[in-house]
Design a protein around this ligand. Sequence first.
Ligand SMILES: [Zn+2]
Length: 284
Amino acid sequence: MTDTAVAPPTVRDVVAALDARYPRAWAESWDRVGLVLGEFDTPVVRVLCVVDCVPETVEEAVAAGANLIVAHHPLLLKGVSSVAPDTYKGRIVHRLIKAEIALYVAHTNADVANPGVSDALAARLELVRLRPLVPATGAAEGEGRGAGRVGELAAPMTLAELTGFAAGRLPPTAAGVRAAGDPERLIHTLAVCGGAGDSFLGAAAAAGADAYLCADLRHHPASEHLAAGGTALLDVAHWASERPWLDEVAGWLRAQFPVTALVSDLDTDPWTVHAVSPDKEYLT
Ligand SMILES: [Zn+2]
């Protein structure tokens, strides 16, 4: 042991490690990932991991003395011609630069990684024998990478039981968890996908899953999936489905560097109110 303090990594060092773990080439072509802003030579002592880089999580980072935010969702996904301080996103950019906080995004490249966003979600639900729901092709192909995960529940349970179990295991939100299908259906195999999951409804059925859990399911795709004899469905809050990944990436950062990696538990799901109709009987 030596009492010489270990020099903290720089933004350049942490970005290089994150880029190696989540290569930018693995992201979808429409996506925008990697370093958004920040000076490469800034020392990184504290990192805050967030799902969304919004004013509330930026203030968390400022209060925590963070030098770097690792976010899942891109701050600037679509082309911008201004980051003027009187715009919503421009304000965020200015606040971060003034506070000398760098911003890094790992989005669809973290979704397909192994371990990736859906592995952390699957772990919350204690799924075992995981495999990709949709194996990756192209730059990310191989080594168990791909979108979503399919796994076995530690013990089979009915859809009604699984709905309550998921609500208890996932980060709490006002929306909670809602399910579609026969409440008594016994679920052995569960497909999961962190974030919006509409596009993998067919894949979940083809993978032999009994149920599929994801976020942002819509009326028509869900109804038609069920009518075609597809899996049961569990619709969870988008934030809650991706929040588990923050623990995983923070743990990895701590293992890589002498940094304090913090996780934001600020629920950034837009839905903040939920009521149950008094005249309708629901399974709860
Ligand atoms: Zn998302």
